[in-house]
Design a protein around this ligand. Structure first.
Ligand SMILES: Nc1ncnc2c1ncn2[C@@H]1O[C@H](COP(=O)(O)OP(=O)(O)O)[C@@H](O)[C@H]1O
Ligand SMILES: [Mg+2]
Length: 181
């Protein structure tokens, strides 16, 4: 099955969503691409709110479990490590689904790629995906992005500590092997 390639990362029209007013919306970019975007206030329970959002959108798909875990890690990082965390902060979760090439995306279950992005307000350091060796395997801290990396086909981040980061993970369905990605 040839998959619609997602160009990673795509600059968003209107700029970094977390720097503007919080928005919640769904956008269809043609028949093969569907985006959901939702802003969460930085209450402590909102990492689980973000997890439920991903679980709800991707229920019944092969992505549900991994996406829920990944969103929880990325949202937790936005709350814990950035200005998105204090009471007046917020972060934005964006889930982009694409279908097989030339196939309409009729339901989340027909998606073959999922791009998960969390936007934060910055204010601290830089997301570190490769902390290998700094922590032993029994330590809870410092492993979230390593787990995200293990689950995703690709991961990355853009942005700056001053302006905020977008941190993303790209998942592909197990049976989608694009011949010409
Ligand atoms: N959104 C982010 N903005 C700035 N720094 C981040 C962000 N996410 C992660 N980091 C940095 O990357 C490190 C590794 O993240 P992670 O693997 O999730 O470990 P932990 O959150 O337990 O420290 C964090 O300790 C933090 O310094
Ligand atoms: Mg973390």
């Amino acid at each position: 099955m040839a998959a619609i390639p997602i160009t990673l990362p795509e600059p968003l029209a209107g700029g970094h969503p977390s720097r503007s007013e919080p928005v919640s919306e769904s956008v269809r970019l043609g028949p093969e691409v569907l985006i959901w975007r939702r802003a969460f206030s930085a209450r402590p329970d909102q990492a689980s709110g973000a997890r439920r959002f991903a679980r709800f959108l991707l229920a019944g798909t092969v992505f549900a479990d991994d996406a829920e875990l990944i969103v929880g890690e990325l949202a937790g990082n936005a709350i814990r490590h950035t200005r998105s965390g204090p009471p007046d902060g917020h972060f934005t979760v964006e889930i982009t689904l694409t279908s097989a090439r030339h196939a309409a995306l009729t339901a989340p279950a027909s998606a073959v790629n999922v791009l998960i992005t969390v936007y934060d307000l910055g204010g601290g350091g830089i997301p570190r995906f490769d902390d290998g060796g700094r922590h032993d395997s029994y330590e809870e801290n410092g492993r979230g992005l390593a787990i995200v990396t293990a689950l995703a086909a690709r991961v990355g981040h853009q942005g700056t500590p001053a302006g905020g980061h977008r941190v993303w993970a790209y998942l592909t369905a197990p049976d989608s092997h694009p011949a010409h990605p």
